[in-house]
Write a protein that binds this ligand. Structure first.
Ligand code: FES
Length: 176
């Protein structure tokens, strides 16, 4: 697997987004959302936040409070694929901790946060693994989502196979 190149957004790209949303404060949310979506590693680097604050005439602390308030903003580089493991009671009793530990050992990630809210991104930025409190699909426990597709009755083996399949496909696509 190759490590993905980090390609920061250029000042021109950021300027173009800022001009698209000319309101002073209300549009900051949409600007940040758009910039995160455009970033190849789906996050907002500090330099981008500083630049947006400066251009919009806002204190950096205000921009930081926006990105820390909304959980969909990322301050760290994300993986190309996102796997969410449910850690709710039904899934826990049916072995979701095992799924999480298996992913961690399989992908070389190390947890960031406590068990209930841990997340990690693999060093090659292929995968980000997060936990979720409940998908509302408890009858299918244990439940995971892979790039927003829900998979129920998951087993450690099935999940590892799925992850290997994704990574293999990506490597093939990158080499073609
Ligand atoms: S506890 Fe996992 S889906 Fe509800």
């Amino acid at each position: 697997m190759s490590v993905r190149e980090e390609a920061p957004l250029s000042a021109e790209q950021v300027d173009e987004v800022i001009e698209r949303f000319p309101g002073r404060t209300g549009d900051v949310l949409r600007i940040l959302e758009t910039l995160q979506e455009m970033h190849p590693l789906k996050y907002l680097p500090e330099a981008t936040l500083k630049y947006v604050a400066e251009r919009k005439g806002l204190a950096l602390s205000n921009v930081f409070s926006v990105v820390t308030f909304y959980s969909f903003f990322n301050l760290n580089p994300q993986g190309r694929h996102t796997i969410m493991v449910c850690r709710g009671t039904a899934c826990h009793t049916r072995g979701s901790k095992l799924l999480l530990d298996g992913l961690m050992s399989e992908s070389g990630g190390s947890a960031n946060g406590d068990d209930a809210s841990s997340s990690f991104t693999t060093p090659d930025h292929e995968l980000t693994v997060r936990t979720v409190a409940c998908f509302g699909q408890c009858a299918l426990a244990p439940v995971v989502s892979v790039d927003e597709d829900i998979h129920g009755h998951m087993s450690d083996l099935k999940l590892k196979r799925m992850v290997r399949g994704i990574v293999k496909r990506e490597a093939k696509d990158d080499n073609s």
